[in-house]
Design a protein around this ligand. Structure first.
Ligand SMILES: Cc1cc2nc3c(=O)[nH]c(=O)nc-3n(C[C@H](O)[C@H](O)[C@H](O)COP(=O)(O)OP(=O)(O)OC[C@H]3O[C@@H](n4cnc5c(N)ncnc54)[C@H](O)[C@@H]3O)c2cc1C
Length: 374
C-alpha cells in the first residue's frame, strides 16, 4: 500500500514511522522540514503526563505513547522523554482535581496527593495557599519536541519512507477509489492519505473549517534567583489552575532558564497560519509577570527569550482522528488543541492500525470526526 502523509510535523512524522515499521510505503509531504519551529512543535519542551485533566479516557493512549517514546529512544539512542514528574497544583475544591482523582483510581496511576504544607516543603519554588493541593504524577515529565519530530522522520526514512521536504501540498482529493495529492502543480496518486497539517487543517480540509481554528501560543523563558530549585526531580514539570489563571512550566532544560506558558491568556483565532506574527509585545507578557509575582517569586520577571507558535484547536478541545468520510482511505489527524504532543506516537499507531487492519487497537472513538456533524 502507498500512503501519502500530508504534514511532516508532530503527527505526520510519527505516522510515517509507525507505517514504515509495518512495511507500508509512506510518502511525507512537509512544507518546511521535520523539526522546524514555525508550527505547533517548537519551543524546546512539551509536557508529558499520565494523570490527565482532559479525561481519564486518555490514559490508555498515553500508556501506549510512553511505550513508543521509549522504543524510539532505544532504537535511535536519543533522549526524548525526561521523567522528572509532573506537579498539578489546584484549589482543593476544583473540578480538575476530581478528574485527576478519577483517572488515578481507574488506572491505578503512580501518583501522590500533597497538601499545601507538603508542597511548600518539597517544592519551595511554588507559592501556595495552605488550602491548595497538588497531584504529583511520577510518570510525568517533559519531551524534546524538535528532536523527537526529526528523529521519528529520520527513523521512518531508514525504514523506507520518503520525506519530501519544502514540498507544500495544494490539494488532496479522491479520484475514483484513489487519492490524488497535488504538490507544486504535480498530481501524485496514492492508495490512501492521512492529512496532518496542524494549524493549516481548515485550509487543507475545508469541511472542518467551522469547527477548527488556528491560534497563536506563546512560550517565555525566565532566569531563576535560586537555580538549584529548578532542576531535575527537584522541579517536576508543573501546571497550576487557580481562580482566573492557568499556567504551566518546565524544569530548566538548558541549565539557564525556566519556561512558562500562561494558558488562560488566549488570543483571537489566526486568520491565516501563513502569516503567524512571531513578535511578542510587552503587553502580551503582562500575564506572565502577574503569574511570577503571585505564584513563582523566585523567577526574575523579565524573560530572556520568547517564542510564538501556533496550534489547531477544535470546538471541544479534543482532536479529530480517523476517516474523513465513509470512504476509509482518507484520514485526518488534527485539532490536538494544545495537548497532542505527548500522545503523538500512539496517534501514529492508531493511524497505522486503521490503514492496515481497519480497526484501531486503542479506543479513540471520542475523537471520531463525525461528532461535529449536525
Ligand atoms: C506553545 C505550545 C505549547 C504546547 N505544549 C504542549 C505540551 O506541553 N504537551 C503536549 O502534549 N502538547 C502541547 N502542545 C500541543 C502539541 O504541540 C500539538 O498538539 C502538536 O504538536 C500538534 O501536532 P500536529 O502534527 O497536529 O501539528 P504540527 O506539529 O504543527 O505539524 C503540522 C505540519 O504540517 C505541515 N503542513 C501544513 N500544511 C501543509 C501543506 N499544505 N503541505 C505540506 N506540509 C504542510 C506544517 O508545516 C507542520 O510541519 C503545545 C502546543 C503549543 C503551540
Amino acid at each position: 500500500m502507498n500512503v501519502a502523509v500530508i504534514g511532516g510535523g508532530t503527527m505526520g512524522s510519527m505516522i510515517a514511522w509507525r507505517l514504515a515499521e509495518r512495511g507500508v510505503f509512506a510518502t511525507v509531504f512537509e512544507q518546511f522540514s521535520p523539526g522546524h519551529d514555525r508550527s505547533a512543535a517548537g519551543g524546546e519542551s512539551r509536557v508529558f503526563r499520565m494523570a490527565y485533566a482532559e479525561g481519564a479516557g486518555y490514559t490508555p493512549i498515553l500508556r501506549r505513547a510512553r511505550e513508543l517514546w521509549r522504543e524510539l529512544e532505544h532504537i535511535t539512542r536519543r533522549k526524548l522523554l525526561h521523567e522528572v514528574g509532573m506537579l498539578t497544583i489546584t484549589p482543593r475544591d476544583s473540578a480538575v482535581l476530581d478528574t485527576l482523582d478519577e483517572g488515578i483510581m481507574a488506572h491505578d496511576l503512580d501518583c501522590e496527593i500533597l497538601d499545601g504544607r507538603e508542597i511548600r516543603r518539597r517544592f519551595p519554588q511554588h507559592r501556595v495557599a495552605t488550602s491548595d493541593v497538588a497531584v504529583l504524577d511520577h510518570l510525568g515529565g517533559y519531551l524534546r519536541p524538535e528532536l523527537a519530530v526529526a528523529t521519528a522522520a529520520h527513523r521512518a526514512e531508514m525504514l523506507g519512507a520518503t520525506v519530501r521536504r519544502y514540498a507544500r501540498v495544494e490539494a488532496v482529493e479522491h479520484r475514483g477509489s484513489d487519492i490524488v495529492v497535488v504538490e507544486d502543480g504535480h498530481a501524485h496518486r496514492f492508495d490512501a492519505a492521512v492529512v496532518a497539517p496542524g494549524p493549516w487543517l481548515a485550509r487543507m480540509l475545508p469541511q472542518f473549517a467551522g469547527v477548527v481554528r488556528a491560534e497563536r501560543r506563546i512560550g517565555a523563558w525566565f532566569v531563576p534567583r535560586s537555580p538549584e530549585l529548578w532542576f531535575g526531580r527537584d522541579c517536576p514539570v508543573f501546571a497550576r489552575t487557580s481562580p482566573g489563571v492557568s499556567f504551566y512550566g518546565m524544569a530548566s532544560v538548558d541549565g539557564v532558564s525556566v519556561k512558562l506558558g500562561v494558558t488562560s491568556a488566549r488570543e483571537p483565532a489566526l486568520p491565516d497560519p501563513d502569516l503567524l506574527d512571531r513578535t511578542v509585545s510587552p503587553e502580551v507578557l503582562a500575564p506572565y509577570r502577574e503569574v511570577i509575582s503571585e505564584h513563582l517569586p523566585d523567577l526574575h520577571p523579565d524573560p530572556i527569550r520568547v517564542g510564538a507558535y501556533q496550534e489547531c484547536f477544535t470546538d471541544d478541545h479534543h482532536a479529530l482522528l480517523g476517516p474523513v468520510s465513509d470512504r476509509g482511505n482518507l484520514l485526518v489527524a488534527g485539532g490536538f488543541s494544545g495537548h497532542g504532543f505527548k500522545m503523538a506516537p500512539a496517534v501514529g499507531d492508531v493511524v497505522a492500525d486503521l490503514l492496515t487492519s481497519g480497526a484501531p487497537s486503542l479506543d479513540v472513538s471520542a475523537l471520531r470526526t463525525g461528532r461535529f456533524r449536525p
